[in-house]
Write a protein that binds this ligand. Structure first.
Ligand code: ISE
Length: 340
């Protein structure tokens, strides 16, 4: 039985706790850790977890904890991932690894120094069936040479009133930065960013146009105040055809001369299946030491951060920005992992 600790019992931590408790045969939820003891207790009670704590570093060090899921605030992701690496414990870290590419490089260095991959990054869209089928369509050759990928990412409203266009790029768009790199199998080389004007003071959509090293164009619209529902769309256009994501809905209502499907309020329902698949792959990684073929790692976390930094600069300056990455370390070419 793999004993898992969850650090952070907010929205995502609570979901991870339920997945570990219900959907991961072979795993036991050992500890729920949160600064807020009442929140940790309520999640632990609901998931029959063994213990609670408010000290993440003590949790990582515990002998009865084999693996860690980090779902605490973004700024803690890199330090806690480094603590897991130092303790030799595999960690599933929620995205982003860090919003700073420099801090991502520090985690990469820590992993390289220890000689084995420990960190799986929670870019769960890679496990979503739509993106899996897009990637398959490309690798099987049926689409021909890829030309463009269009992406729409819409939230009902911003999580905070002071959310900015730059935050749309550094907080929401990294999902697209990561999954587009994954589907196309290439890197971004430049980005421009644009915003239309809204009639109120809420943050307006951000539209980015990115070029890839293989000469493709990628468009990404992030609309954090779309009002009508959580809506993610994507279309991959090749020279021989195109493949587009369908709206995921189990039912349709037909009445009053109209037909309709419903939207989720946020990403947790839309991507539930992807989270379960991702967390099962994490458990297999812990058990076997084999890093999952499709999962994101620290290198991917670094790439997402570099693209986001260039995107934010493109928005601030109104100028096209080059995207320059360090060469990919050989260490990440052959995916290895911590020994079981
Ligand atoms: C949010 O920041 C996330 O991280 C979610 O995973 C994403 O789906 C959501 O749309 C973002 O705004």
């Amino acid at each position: 039985m793999t004993r898992v600790a969850i650090i952070g019992a907010g929205l995502m931590g609570e979901d991870h706790a339920h997945i570990v408790a219900q959907d991961l045969p072979g795993a036991r939820l050992q500890v729920v850790c949160d600064m807020d003891a009442a929140r940790a207790k309520s999640v632990a009670d609901a998931t029959d977890a063994g213990d609670i704590s408010s000290d993440p570093h003590a949790v990582i060090a515990r002998a009865d904890v084999d693996a860690v899921i980090v779902a605490s605030p973004d700024f803690t992701h890199a330090p806690l991932s480094k603590a897991c690496i130092a303790a030799g414990k595999p960690v599933l870290c929620e995205k982003p690894l860090s919003q700073s590419s420099v801090e991502c490089l520090e985690v990469i260095e820590a992993e390289k120094n220890i000689g084995k991959q420990h960190v799986m990054l929670g870019f769960m869209r890679r496990f979503d069936q739509s993106y899996i089928e897009m990637r398959q369509a490309l690798t099987s050759g049926v689409l021909g040479r890829p030309l463009m990928m269009h992406n729409f990412h819409r939230n009902v409203e911003t999580p905070a009133a002071d959310f900015t266009g730059a935050m749309a790029i550094t907080n929401s768009a990294p999902h697209e930065f990561d999954v587009v790199r994954h589907v196309l199998g290439t890197e971004f080389t430049s980005v421009t960013a644009h915003q239309p004007r809204r009639s109120d003071d809420r943050v307006a959509p951000v539209v980015m146009v990115l070029e890839t090293a293989d000469g493709q164009l990628v468009t990404i619209e992030i609309n954090n105040n779309a009002a009508y529902g959580y809506d993610v769309r994507a279309e991959l256009v090749g020279e021989a055809g195109s493949i587009a994501m369908n709206n995921v809905a189990y039912t349709r209502t037909d009445m009053k001369l109209a037909s309709g499907t419903r939207y989720d309020a946020d990403w947790r329902g839309r991507y539930h299946e992807a989270y379960v698949r991702q967390n099962r792959d994490f458990l297999r990684f812990v058990e076997t030491g084999n890093f999952p073929e499709i999962a994101s790692d620290c290198w991917d976390g670094y790439c997402a951060a570099i693209v986001a930094e260039a995107g934010a600069k493109a928005l601030a300056t109104g100028q096209k920005q080059p995207i320059t990455m360090i060469p990919k370390p050989d260490f990440y070419a052959a995916k290895t992992g911590v020994a079981a």
